[in-house]
Design a protein around this ligand. Structure first.
Ligand code: XBP
Ligand code: MG
Length: 256
């Protein structure tokens, strides 16, 4: 029987509702700053989230525009838009406008106290991740994580398993010794392609995704005063995810 040794966290949508409250308004603000008539509403953004990575998402959107709205100098503009979007995003994170989802910070502390390693596996930009972690852990956020694997670590983004392989390499662990936390179908596909078992906490943008292959789907990780609900798989007995629940979930994968 393999022991659970590490927890690997996705960032966007998993640690906090960063898409609806952060990236989406930051994209729109950047578009306005550059005089573009692009303005993504939530329904449009929900569909665009199928494309991982901010630059990739803008290119994909541009391809869908009619000929008269195509931009000649798109490839020069994309990095500038992305930089501006991320500047807004990071500013808002630092201002405390993106609260963490229930239970995430608590679980990280409990897991670390129980001797589990913590890692991050994300397709987003490193500076965005650092701002978000700093907002919760303070300036020594880095010391809490064995590795922060970001867009610069694995340029081929989820659903590619590359970012998970980078984490496993660094941790020197087998996929079955880890447990991943994801909020989206692309995230689940990436984790499963690397054979890492996965627990899903969807959000408004991902609630109708296909999470097949996940060990459990919970509405959030829960707090002692804010119980979570199982949408698939076992519910935590105490109403919130703790290390004992993760260990039992992890053991259940061996029975599958
Ligand atoms: C989610 C994403 C990211 C963000 C934008 O990644 O798709 O692309 O929407 O990030 P994850 P950038 O859930 O794996 O963190 O603009 O920095 O690419
Ligand atoms: Mg995500």
């Amino acid at each position: 029987m393999t022991t659970l040794k590490a927890l690997i966290f996705d960032v966007d949508g998993t640690l906090a509702d960063t898409e609806g409250e952060g990236h989406l308004p930051a994209f729109n603000q950047a578009f306005a700053d550059f005089g573009l008539d692009w303005d993504w509403d939530r329904a449009t953004y929900k569909q665009l989230l199928a494309i991982t990575g901010g630059k990739e998402r803008m290119r994909h959107f541009h391809r869908s525009l009619p000929a008269e709205r195509q931009i000649q100098e798109l490839e020069q503009l994309i990095p500038q838009l992305h930089e501006r979007k991320n500047a807004y995003y990071q500013q808002w994170v630092i201002e405390g406008r993106l609260p963490w989802r229930p239970g995430v910070r608590r679980l990280m502390d409990e897991a670390a106290s129980a001797g589990l390693q913590l890692a991050v596996a994300t397709t987003t930009t490193r500076e965005n991740v650092e701002a978000l972690l700093q907002s919760a852990f303070g300036p020594d956020f880095d010391g809490h994580f064995a590795i922060l694997a970001c867009a610069d670590t694995a340029p081929v983004k989820k659903p590619s398993p590359d970012v998970y392989h980078a984490v496993l390499d660094k941790l020197q662990l087998q996929p079955g010794e880890c447990l991943a936390f994801e909020d989206s179908e692309n995230g689940v596909r990436a984790a499963r392609a690397a054979e890492v078992p996965v627990l899903v906490t969807p959000n408004d943008f991902t609630e109708d995704h296909d999470f097949s292959g996940a060990l459990a789907v919970l509405d959030h990780l829960g707090e002692p005063d804010r119980p979570c609900r199982a949408l698939a798989g076992p519910a935590p007995e105490r109403g919130y995810v703790d290390v004992a629940y993760l260990e039992s979930l992890h053991r259940s994968k061996e029975a599958r």
